[in-house]
Design a protein. Sequence first.
Length: 128
Amino acid sequence: MVGLAGFGFLERAIMEELWAAPEPLRVRELLVRLNEGAEKPLAYNTVQTVAERLARKGLLQKIADGHAFRYGPTRAREEYVAELMLDTLTETDDHGAVLARFAEGVAAEDARQLLEALRRREADEPGS
């Protein structure tokens, strides 16, 4: 199973837990959260390896805490998803067509929120 932008199942689960956490977590704390209600519990080394991989990719920060480390996201979920959307938009020369298809596919409430954000942006621009 692949989640956000090519994340594997465990990578996404780790990111979701860390985005939801009020502060960076130690691997042991993360392991407890991931194993809550799990049919097959994960091993400590597995979670540590994947957290290290996410840190090397620049998605997690690694903070020394005694003899262990705490891991926390380098960006908020909203920033990460927006960055994915912008990166995807650059994959084509016809941004207008992509944006039009996107606008057609979003829910009405999401479209209203997008329009409101665009109106605020336009009002904030100098010379508006």
